[in-house]
Ligand binder design. Structure first.
Ligand SMILES: C[S@@+](CC[C@H](N)C(=O)[O-])C[C@H]1O[C@@H](n2cnc3c(N)ncnc32)[C@H](O)[C@@H]1O
Length: 250
């Protein structure tokens, strides 16, 4: 089914017959088999109502919309968010996309993964062309005349979230979260109480979240930190996914 392992900094990446990258270490794939692009748009962008929220930003009162993601992986979620941003946000506003990654893909692997999605247009090529995995470091890239800033903290999720706070990387805190570790049963470090606690500290009333998983301990962990969560229909073969809103007063 799978061809032989290829190089990645995680040392354990394989490619399925359908071209989907698969982590041997976590026994999971980076995105779904049938259409990872549609899944990313549905789970991350629709799950956080990004198009509606970007369109509603007041052009005469410019600011920064901040998305924080757990698990940068191939960069597909970032590319989808950037695409929706360019289609719907006023040019006076800026998008700051902050992500974190402990086992970064190599440059060639990212190019191969993003090359699967012609719907991204040049956005995927642009990312793959400038991206450099930089373990231990915090790196910034700017796109679209500096309207879009990507920051990746190359560290373990808990340490990375602590660095985002300590270094004031997201000064206005998150407007939206993309929770995209591998499945909680296979990658529990990405779904720990420490992660949920750090998320609450980096959120403000009205901050939203979305994730493909509806695992009970994830729902309970988020609720215990002040997120109201609900299940909504998922993409493709999956039945449900989770969205949420930070409401610490409740
Ligand atoms: C499902 S993939 C993310 C897919 C990604 N959002 C995309 O658009 O391609 C999960 C990612 O979490 C990363 N990861 C796993 N454990 C981690 C940890 N403890 N700290 C930081 N990143 C981790 C993996 O290396 C992988 O890239």
């Amino acid at each position: 089914m799978m061809d032989s392992p290829v190089g990645s900094l995680s040392g354990a990446l394989r490619w399925g017959d359908n071209g989907v990258p698969y982590s041997v270490e976590f026994n999971d794939q980076y995105f779904c088999q049938d259409n990872g692009y549609d899944e990313a748009v549905h789970v991350c962008c629709r799950g956080n109502s990004l198009q509606e929220r970007f369109s509603a930003l007041d052009p005469s009162c410019p600011g920064t919309f901040t998305i924080i993601e757990t698990g940068f992986g191939t960069g597909l979620d970032f590319c989808c968010a950037r695409q929706v941003w360019e289609q719907s946000a006023p040019p006076s506003w800026k998008l700051h996309f902050v992500s974190l990654e402990l086992y970064p893909l190599g440059k060639d692997d990212m190019a191969r993964a993003l090359g699967l999605w012609p719907a991204l247009g040049d956005i995927g090529h642009e990312l793959a062309g400038c991206y450099e995995p930089s373990p231990g470091r915090v790196r910034d890239w700017y796109f679209k005349d500096r309207q879009v800033r990507l920051t990746i903290v190359f560290d373990d999720v808990v340490a990375a979230l602590a660095r985002i706070t300590a270094d004031n990387i997201a000064p206005q805190r998150a407007d939206a979260w993309f929770l995209d570790g591998f499945a909680p049963s296979k990658n529990p470090a990405m779904w720990s109480e420490q992660v949920f606690e750090a998320m609450a500290a980096l959120s403000k009333p009205g901050t939203t979240l979305s994730t493909f998983t509806v695992a009970g301990f994830v729902r309970r962990g988020l609720e215990a930190r002040g997120f109201e969560v609900r299940k909504i229909p998922a993409h493709g073969k999956k039945n449900q996914m989770l969205t949420g809103k930070f409401n610490p007063e409740k």
